[in-house]
Ligand binder design. Structure first.
Ligand code: ZN
Length: 291
């Protein structure tokens, strides 16, 4: 049951108006923490890894650990490569056993984005049941969040979104609607809800075909997160929040046990705090009990 791609679980989520948490990890402790938290909540799960930690640990090592954990877990779990700008590395991870690949050619001009996304889709679909995520528009870093959110040109154009999904064959789609990676500097980040609703209606109005992804979940308030889900976001990415949990838990443990040299206890503290954050998000996203 447990090794799955992202598309099928997200079509179900879109239909039932909840989102699957997609949690970024950088090591084994975090991977085990997100799996155990999702198992506790009986929630479907997407484990994400960015290109740098994927290359550092090795795509095959990560895919093999994922398979071992997922095969014995009573929930569906997907392993996703996050924001990869390199078509060839997308193929490396697909070969290794990742079950969802994000080709992020959003910085390229429109036609080039279509070309690269289609190449990854064609490859992933030809070698197995691997789904692909593409992005259109700019999901900014926090430095540019306000600027991007106010710049129509940086956000995803709904008409182009339809052309993009039709011409690439992409399985899931990330439209830029003003969310950002990192920690928001403003209390109420400017998000374009109407744009998300319009894109959702255009792409999935008659039939749910291409689930939509919300990037930059960290720092969004519960009501804002729930609104994004209600408007069609069914994959909800959380990365920075878990990085903070990792660093803070490590720092706090060492600060209060400076004379102790037992790394296993740091791992336990980190795992506990990561699990707590993942369970928090699963409740907000409405995916508890949906596995
Ligand atoms: Zn992202």
């Amino acid at each position: 049951m447990s090794i799955v791609n992202a598309k099928d679980m997200l079509i179900k989520a879109t239909g039932e108006k909840y989102a699957v948490g997609a949690f970024n990890i950088t090591n084994l402790i975090q991977m085990e923490a997100v799996v155990e938290a999702a198992v506790n909540k009986k929630a479907p799960l997407i484990i994400q890894i960015s290109v740098t930690p994927s290359k550092f640990l090795g795509a095959i090592v990560l895919a093999d650990i994922y398979k071992t954990l997922a095969e014995s877990a009573p929930i569906p779990i997907c392993l996703h490569l996050d924001h990869c700008t390199d078509v060839e590395y997308c193929k490396v991870c697909a070969d290794a056993g990742y079950t969802n690949i994000m080709i992020d050619a959003s910085k390229q001009i429109f036609q080039e984005n279509i070309k690269q996304t289609k190449e990854v889709c064609d490859y992933c679909h030809s070698i197995g049941n691997i789904s692909v995520e593409g992005e259109l528009g700019t999901v900014s870093g926090i430095e540019d969040q306000v600027k991007v959110a106010e710049d129509e040109a940086a956000l995803c154009d709904p008409g182009q979104a339809l052309t993009f999904v039709e011409q690439t064959g992409v399985d899931i789609f990330a439209p830029a609607i003003g969310t950002a990676h990192g920690v928001y500097k403003t209390k109420n980040p400017k998000l374009d809800f109407d744009r998300l609703e319009k894109i959702s209606e255009l792409i999935n109005g008659e039939e749910i075909k291409i689930p939509l992804v919300i990037h930059g979940g960290t720092g969004l308030k519960p009501d804002v997160s729930k609104k994004l889900v209600s408007l069609g976001g069914s994959k909800f990415n959380v990365s920075t929040d878990l990085k903070h949990a990792l660093i803070d838990a490590t720092h706090n443990y060492i600060s209060s046990h400076r004379d102790e040299y037992n790394p296993g206890k740091i791992d336990i503290a980190v795992k506990k705090d990561i699990m707590s954050r993942v369970e928090y998000w699963i409740d907000i996203l409405g995916c508890a009990g949906k596995a």
